[in-house]
Design a protein around this ligand. Sequence first.
Ligand SMILES: Nc1ncnc2c1ncn2[C@@H]1O[C@H](COP(=O)(O)OP(=O)(O)OP(=O)(O)O)[C@@H](O)[C@H]1O
Length: 260
Amino acid sequence: MIHLNEIYLRREERQLLSDVHLHMNKGEHWVILGRNGSGKTTLLEMMNGYMFPSTGTVDVLGHRYGETDIREVRKEIGYISQSVIEKLTLRDPVWEVVATGEYAFLRFYQEIDKQVRLKALGLLNEVGLGHMADQPLSTLSQGERKKVLLARSLMLEPKLLIMDEPCAGLDFHEREKLLIDLGRLASRDMMLVYVTHHIEEIIPLFTHVALIREGQIIAAGPKEEVLNKEMLSELYDWPVEMDWVSGRPWIRAVSGGNEQ
Ligand SMILES: Nc1ncnc2c1ncn2[C@@H]1O[C@H](COP(=O)(O)OP(=O)(O)OP(=O)(O)O)[C@@H](O)[C@H]1O
């Protein structure tokens, strides 16, 4: 479904990605981990066709970027990121924000079809925000806005749902609720690609993990093979301990770390 082959990316004399090979196949759900500035968002932007490699090929959902109409491919991709939230119009009612996902536009200036409105209301109910449908987006909390974006991304029943730190800024309770919604709403035919700084967000639903360090993939594969204290200590350049609890990985910094 996603094949990045021999990707190199240079911008303004900086090498942002080097020799990236990443193959994400049907039936897998991936998490990408890495330190600040390691290239995670750059990878996601490449999967969405917003950035192009200097060399190498990007194949997404059977289309090779550069040889296809990317706008058509994007209709099959949901994207949840802070940058999308910032582009939404805060005074629009919540149901309308969700409904515009149907047209893959940020705003829709004509009357919205009744069927589309009902579908938006149904998805809002599924994420527990049905009672807020008529409120302006500006009146919702950060956590509620993330859920609105999740509902919006699902309007077109995407084959691929890409999420860039969807739980950033959420309190513990809101984060756990969003993760449950995600697990419930992700259909079997939808691949998830998820970037986070918090490895305990790797709920059992996720099957594979890629570790990126300074623009290079240092490990990628089934999560049980990739997630261990040695790999994570190397990734974060800090000694850590890791445990699996209830099917989720949790890490602890070894006291003092590299400062000792
Ligand atoms: N257009 C660009 N030109 C030059 N440098 C860029 C450009 N876009 C991103 N970068 C740099 O590339 C590096 C990787 O950025 P990216 O946003 O992918 O990191 P990230 O892993 O998502 O980081 P974070 O966890 O902090 O969000 C950063 O050092 C960033 O400054």
